[in-house]
Design a binder for this molecule. Structure first.
Ligand code: GDP
Ligand code: MG
Length: 436
């Protein structure tokens, strides 16, 4: 079985991998005279998304028009032009920057003789490719089904596309050919399963809190280098023995920063600009890691000229999921790809940010130090006194042995004196008796 859950769709068997990249044409609309820059920026982001989905962009097409044509989105003359341009450029896929109605989608496919996708479908496709947790996969399938449901009316032309290209993964064609009742049934089944997985995740979280291991989540724009940094931190310092988290969630690792200084590190899907609103809700579960983290690492690709805009987009999503108050460290990634001048400018703008290269590993040690500092993982040596006969004191001693580094232990006449190095963040919880 591939990464998808046993009921998470028959689609995985239909996935085609390893084929040549698809050649995509991007289409956008300029609705006002001043809107051109905005439309171009939006199209640049769409290109990033198309690349993330494995397509190569061979054509960009903008039309000025106050509002979309209800039947074909572009004016009919423009559709003809688009078709000719696609032939010329050898495009085999057309991606619209806006959301298309079912009718527009059908008409455009008929008139251009090319598969047509809109922005939402493209984003869903990327999530489908990247979702690795069972919950993430189910959330993606749910969002895909909900999106496709109204598009089932009347025609199956847009949905019966065969092959393994972009936009065809997800709920399989066979499923789409069956009636809407089955889809509704599937939606309710997945919804129940998601609730189940959520409950299990909550239990997992409780265990983490009991363990008092702080959690750190990577956030950042698509392509910022989160997964590269995750792998670097995890591979260099993963605690191999802790299989629990690996099996329950492949996106979480126990990472040891120094002796007795461990964190739970989680990778997340990339945040993007203009995430369609329904999707924010659908992916909330994936983002729970973020809301509940003790620290966020905001990974920024500073070699991208658009990185200021990406930072804003990420902060906006953090606000939407109520994570704006979680402590955050800025990570300036891809430092290797930045000129000396630009480095000076970036350092002046954000002196506290950690410059590094997740790819080469340069600067990653400094990041480890900064994480330890921010989480108060550094230890403080204290001496504590306990009553050996007291049950709650005996429990405190056991906790101390679990979470601190005991230097000496003296027992005389029923009194126990323990000297230990305690992580600062746990001082309050581990030293319920006065510190000498
Ligand atoms: P994610 O979408 O945030 O998870 O980003 P990935 O970790 O998948 O990385 C996106 C791309 O950036 C990949 O092609 C990486 O090889 C590249 N990349 C990541 N870190 C660095 C870095 O430090 N320097 C350079 N030059 N490229 C990097
Ligand atoms: Mg990633």
């Amino acid at each position: 079985m591939s990464g998808r859950g046993e009921n998470a769709g028959s689609a995985s068997s239909e996935w085609v991998t390893g084929s040549a990249p698809q050649r995509a044409a991007l289409v956008g609309l300029v609705t006002s005279s001043g809107g051109r820059t905005e439309a171009e920026q939006s199209l640049a982001e769409l290109e990033g998304l198309a690349n993330a989905a494995g397509a190569e962009v061979v054509l960009r097409f903008l039309q000025e028009r106050p509002k979309p044509d209800p039947a074909t989105f572009l004016g009919s003359g423009k559709v003809e032009l688009l078709r000719a341009a696609c032939d010329e450029a050898g495009a085999d896929l057309i991606i619209f920057d806006n959301e298309l109605t079912p009718a527009q989608l059908r008409n455009l496919e008929r008139e251009t003789h090319q598969p047509v996708l809109d922005r939402t479908q493209l984003i869903l496709d990327i999530f489908a490719r990247r979702a690795r947790t069972r919950e993430g996969q189910m959330q993606v399938e749910l969002a895909q089904l909900k999106y496709l449901m109204p598009r089932l009316v009347g025609s199956s032309a847009a949905l019966s596309r065969l092959g393994g290209g972009i936009g065809t993964r997800g709920p399989g064609e066979t499923k789409l050919e069956t009636d809407r009742r089955r889809i509704r049934h599937r939606i309710s089944t997945i919804t129940k399963q998601i609730a189940d997985v959520k409950r299990r995740r909550a239990q997992l979280r409780e265990r983490r809190q009991e363990g008092m291991t702080p959690s750190v989540a990577l956030v950042g724009y698509t392509n910022a280098g989160k997964t590269t940094l995750f792998n670097r931190l995890a591979n260099e310092t993963a605690v191999a023995s802790n299989a629990l988290f690996v099996t329950l969630d492949p996106l979480i690792r126990v990472v040891r920063l120094a002796e007795r200084q461990e964190i739970l590190l989680s990778d997340t899907v990339g945040f993007i600009d203009r995430l369609p609103h329904g999707l924010v809700a659908a992916f909330r579960a994936t983002l729970e890691e973020v809301t509940e983290a003790d620290l966020l690492l905001h990974v920024i690709d500073v070699s991208n000229p658009e990185h200021e805009r990406h930072i804003e987009a990420v902060n906006r999503v953090l606000g939407e999921i109520d994570a704006q108050d979680v402590p955050m460290l800025l990570v300036f990634n891809k430092w290797d790809a930045v000129t000396a001048d630009e480095r000076l400018r970036l350092k002046a703008r954000a002196p506290a940010a950690i410059p590094l290269s997740a790819q080469s590993g340069e600067g990653v040690d400094e990041l480890r130090q900064a994480i330890m500092q921010r989480l108060s993982l550094e230890t403080q040596r204290v001496t504590l006194e306990f009553d050996e006969q007291d049950e709650s004191d005996r429990q405190r001693i056991a906790r101390l042995y679990r979470h601190a580094s005991v230097r000496s232990h003296h027992a005389t006449e029923g009194r126990v004196s323990i000297e230990a190095d305690i992580p600062r963040r746990l001082l309050g919880r581990l030293t319920a008796v006065p510190v000498r």
